[in-house]
Write a protein that binds this ligand. Structure first.
Ligand code: ZN
Length: 177
């Protein structure tokens, strides 16, 4: 099982650092107060050693795979990088559980990979979601509405996008900053 200490070694190889312990509240991540970030100094904070490794992997994505400041970046842009890293350290199952809890995927991207029928086999549900998408107010589908195999396909697509952008080489995540 991959621990924070394993990730710490990886973070150091990437040129950053992981500090496990209390940290200043103004460094807290917006969606998870157990982790924090100093983007310019490449420091990731985890409040204690039981913090989920997937939470640290996400912060690693911010620090090493995004050239945009955390509060203005596109959170999905480096998701394929996080997926590649999760594969490398054997945390794909945990990573997908995390994605299911907290991500929405844009329908523009999803419809290049699947159909509404595949996501919502029931006609009622498909019609309901189609109606929402047609209003223009709703542009995304919740990740937990995707089957496991469809989620793998979406994440595989995002990983390929990261390869094209040079964030992943030969399936391995690399640090771009
Ligand atoms: Zn984030």
């Amino acid at each position: 099982m991959t621990t924070l200490v394993d990730l710490q070694a990886m973070i150091e190889r990437f040129g950053g650092s992981l500090i496990i312990g209390e940290f200043s509240r103004d460094l807290e991540a917006p969606f998870n107060r157990d982790v924090g970030l100093d983007y310019s100094d490449k420091i990731i904070y985890a409040k204690h050693s039981n913090v989920a490794p997937t939470a640290v992997i996400h912060e690693m994505g911010h620090v090493f795979a995004s050239d945009q400041e955390p509060f203005v970046c596109d959170e999905v842009a480096f998701l394929g990088w996080e997926y590649a890293l999760s594969q490398e350290v054997g945390l794909v199952k945990e990573f997908k559980e995390e994605i299911s809890k907290s991500y929405n995927f844009g329908w523009d991207m999803l419809q290049t990979l699947t159909t509404l029928e595949e996501i919502y086999p029931s006609i009622e549900m498909k019609t309901h979601v189609r109606g929402q998408l047609n209003t223009g107010w709703v542009k995304t589908i919740r990740a937990n509405h995707l089957s496991d195999s469809l989620q793998s396909r979406v994440l595989g697509h995002l990983l390929t996008q990261c390869e094209i952008k040079g964030l992943v080489k030969n399936g391995k995540p690399i640090a771009i900053r």
